[in-house]
Design a binder for this molecule. Sequence first.
Ligand code: ARG
Length: 584
Amino acid sequence: MTPLNKKIIEDFNYALIKSFGEEFNNVDPQVSIAKDTRHADYQVNIAFSLAKKLKKKPQEISQIIIGNLPVSPVYETPSIGGPGFINLRIKKGYLEDQIKLLCEDERLGILKTHNSQKIIVDFSSPNIAKEMHVGHLRSTIIGDSLSRILEFIGHDILRLNHVGDWGTQFGMLISYLKEVFPNALYEANVLQIEDLVSFYRKAKKRFDEDIQFQEISREAVVKLQLGNEEYRKAWKLLCEQSRREFQVIYDILQIELTERGESFYNPFLEEIVNDLDKQKILEISDGAKCVFLEGFINKSGNPLPLIVQKSDGGYNYATTDLAALKYRINIDKAKHIIYVTDAGQSNHFAQVFQIAQRAGFLREETSVSHIPFGLVKGEDGKKLKTRSGETIRLKDLLDKSIYQARKNLENRLKTENREESQEFINNVANVVGIGSVKYADLSQNRNSDYIFSYDKMLSLQGNTAPYMLYAYARIKSILREEKINYAALENTQVILQDEAEIDLAKYLLQLNEVIEIIENTLLPNRLCEYLYELSKRFNRFYENCPVLKSVDSTKFSRLVLCDLTARTLELGLSLLGIDVLERM
Ligand code: ARG
């Protein structure tokens, strides 16, 4: 299936050359889906950007272009709207044929890319022995969805968990471990710390209160970094414990990613410093090795240095990211690297990218993008906290959503007088609870902060997971009553009559365009908006067009629309990492 917009673009490219000459080859005709569908389905806005160059009024330009367009099976004769945009209406017959093709297409019109690339998505990336917080949750949800979408388009995705498993905190942790569990290193291969986060807090308290302990901790870092066996073992035990705790969250969220933590790049840090030296961009300032950044200044207006090696020989977060970037380009052969972290790290990444370019290993053929996101806030607009004022644990946050989803379901079952098995209730609560947290996050433009509200995200009204899941389950129940005979599809024409069904059909054909926009913008909320609009259009169709009670050919066409809507919702939700329910 050739996407609708592609056909339009082809025709306009042809008409542009015919109208104004070869130099207009490959000029983007600016085809977009019409916002106001009363006059058009698609709008072409090229006339405005050509007006100056051609010294003609936009209306006149549009008139010439229209005169040179081939007669199209896709759209009716175009008209000119307002100051000069071209309005296009899709032909009904074409729409009917396309719906039939869409029905036979497992990918629902989404094309596989001709330009498959190796893409690394660096996401989640919590820090060992520290709390995995809502920021990491957001990174996990957005990163997973982007990976799914890019993978579906046909790219080769490597999902990397860049965990913070190396750093000065380990000196303190190992020293504390040796103090409270003196035998842990010799006896067990599994550490029996109930929970690493409170262990971290206790160690930190000990560290803050005792100068001698601080000294021991600093020595411990050095021992660890020099590869001392005992300290390495302690470090490993701590990492494994942390890993188990993170895995609980990944299992609940059904996330799969490859761990490749900061420590992995440790052997390559020295080389990075040498690279910078060779490029003559390394300078020594106050004993530290650094690079002076272009376009970043400090408070007194002087160029800002980025320290890559401290005066004590230790390396920084940025040095590790430089080594990781080089490795991902040279060894992993990534052509695009995407980093999903909070917006607070934007400068960090801009600096790392700049230095990698100046050092010569980040070149034109590789693109790097930092995909920032805003904060997750509580309903009071402040940092998300428990009632008693502590930070919320992710496990508790997810459990509570499932619990609340179960309560809502039980209430609904009561009012609907339905009896369901425990197994059914558990499954629905789980899918709705987790799906709602994911959807609430993904449906926001990731650049903005968002307010975390169980009531809102679990509501059956509005742009929420339950609304979408409910729409899906409802269609499935219609389809259960009447199975579509796919064999009949070949010989049967799809007929669209009512305005509401034509509207739905047009919308179903736009999925590929939405996915294309997401590939370019990496904004998953565009998919949520699409699915929400689709469900609304479906509801309008269902209110206006009887399905099961209509006569043969009409019934068949309408069942096809039901089926396509359900499949689109299912595919769309799966690209967001959300399961569907056949009944709920
Ligand atoms: N561990 C970091 C944090 O918790 C995030 C790492 C993001 N990835 C990277 N390559 N720097 O803030």
